[in-house]
Design a protein around this ligand. Structure first.
Ligand code: SF4
Ligand code: SF4
Ligand code: FES
Length: 256
């Protein structure tokens, strides 16, 4: 409400726009002589300006070499994650009106840096998918003539809830364990495991999953400090996911 109020005031009273100072991490790992540094830019704020708009203005008017990623501009593609004043966030969904006059931008940690604010989340998510075999292991061979399998509505809703992940990497960047243990399957990976674990079409049982989740690289590596839960821009119920995985892991342990 405060944001809308200040923007409305700027539009109605013609007060001068706020001058924003951006301090942006610059580094091109492809250039041998490149060294990391912070570069400052200043622009005038406009009503409803997002970081997507601000960064495009900087790139168009001040420095065409600035690297950052955006695609959908509406919190769907997951490509615009970055550290905004020390906190992971989607650039397309973050309004400058919600930020102070000085905005410090860094690339997400954990992921391979492509350049400046651009990171390679795709490789991380592909390797995680391969590690967890994040696809349906069908119980039966596909039969094009068979009728569709029915699924309970509530269960379908729960699976859909976990499929809403846009693979932005914000939860992973926020996770202290993921930052120090590259083998930790991390919040998004645990969410993916839960999604397939609860799918009745998948033939893997709790014992199969036990090897993947029941160790320090799986759900028992999570320290439960909730950063991922607080950060997720899609508001996925990640703590519910971890509780579900722990219950399943313990059940598998004591049933075997
Ligand atoms: S709750 Fe667990 S997975 Fe989430 S940020 Fe904390 S340690 Fe990482
Ligand atoms: S769980 Fe949330 S924060 Fe993590 S990758 Fe998916 S959408 Fe992004
Ligand atoms: S540009 Fe697609 S999520 Fe931000």
């Amino acid at each position: 409400m405060e944001r809308l109020g200040s923007q409305a005031m700027t539009e109605k009273t013609n007060t001068p726009p706020r001058r924003l100072r951006f301090e942006i991490f610059r580094f091109n790992p492809e250039v041998p002589e490149s060294t990391p540094y912070m570069q400052s830019f200043e622009i005038d704020e406009t009503p409803y300006m997002s970081l997507f708009i601000a960064l495009n203005e900087i790139r168009e008017r001040q420095d065409p070499s600035l690297q950052f990623d955006f695609s959908c501009r509406s919190a769907i593609c997951g490509s615009c994650g970055m550290m905004v004043n020390g906190r992971p966030a989607l650039g397309c969904r973050t309004l400058t009106a919600d930020l102070p006059d000085t905005i410090r931008l860094h690339p997400l940690p954990v992921f391979k840096l492509i350049g400046d604010l651009s990171v390679d989340t795709g490789t991380w998510f592909r390797e995680m998918a391969e590690q967890t075999e994040a696809w349906i292991h069908a119980r039966e061979a596909f039969d094009p003539d068979a009728q569709e399998e029915r699924m309970d509505d509530d269960l379908a809703e729960q699976i859909y809830e976990r499929d809403r992940c846009i693979e932005c990497g914000c939860c992973i960047a926020s996770c202290g364990v993921a930052n120090i243990n590259p083998d930790f399957v991390a919040p998004a990976g645990l969410n993916r495991i839960a999604r397939f674990m609860m799918d009745p079409r998948d033939s893997r049982d709790a014992t199969d999953w036990f090897e993947v989740v029941s160790n320090d690289n799986g759900v028992f590596g999570c320290l439960g400090m909730m950063a991922c839960h607080d950060i997720c821009p899609k508001e996925l119920p990640l703590l519910d996911v971890y509780a579900y995985l722990r219950r399943k892991a313990l059940a598998a342990r004591f049933s075997g």
